[in-house]
Design a protein. Structure first.
Length: 192
């Protein structure tokens, strides 16, 4: 039987809303799904009691051909904070540590945090038009510091997988918080 993904295929991406059409899978992550990630635990408890708001959602479309397994993902991080820490993606390494990824910011503003398990760390300011190649071995998290939804498109192999444990255990080297009305990049208190 022929595989429909062996033929070229286009999908539509809406720069305004981040909608992807068609879209096979939608995942919503709420504060309760990220409870180990924000450093201010009492603020996490309060946010959950006050309605457990959505922090971000992921729209995925998989292109599983007979020879490869590319995925196009759209992530929409809603504006907001837990305590004084801005909303972010959970962040992960790839389970297959030889797998890279492309990230393309299309709306909003914030930072891309990148960290190797050896501890090497980078913060890239992120804005529409920034396209980042994430080489193998670099964990990645996006932080939304703006008042608008931050939208980005990712492209990766499904077989790359996700490894969340190092981030759950110790977070990234820095946290991005609001200080005097401005974003500030500070050392992660969980690493003190
Ligand atoms: C997958 C890729 C993205 C993220 C998404 C949510 O390799 O990096 O599609 O899965 O941005 O982030 P997270 O950290 O919750 O998986
Ligand atoms: Zn990834």
């Amino acid at each position: 039987m022929s595989n429909p993904f062996d033929d070229p295929m286009s999908v539509q991406f809406d720069f305004e809303t981040g909608a992807l059409s068609p879209c096979q899978k939608k995942t919503v992550r709420r504060v309760s799904d990220l409870s180990m990630m924000f450093y201010d635990s009492p603020a996490v408890e309060r946010a959950i009691l006050e309605g457990d708001p959505a922090v971000y959602e992921i729209l995925d479309e998989e292109f599983i051909s007979s020879q490869t397994d590319m995925v196009l993902g759209v992530t929409r991080i809603f504006p907001g904070k837990v305590g004084n820490e801005y909303h972010f993606t959970k962040g992960h390494f790839h389970a297959q540590d030889n797998q890279a990824e492309m990230y393309f910011c299309t709306r909003g503003k914030g930072y891309l945090l990148l960290e190797r398990e050896s501890g090497e760390f980078q913060v890239q300011p992120w804005f529409p038009g920034a396209i980042t190649h994430i080489p193998p071995g670099w964990g990645h998290r996006v932080v939304n510091t703006g008042r608008d939804t931050l939208i980005f498109v990712s492209c990766f192999h499904l077989s790359a997988g996700h490894k969340y444990e190092p981030v759950v255990e110790r977070g990234f080297a820095s946290v991005v918080v609001e200080q005097d009305g401005q974003p500030a990049i500070l050392p992660n208190p969980r690493r003190a």
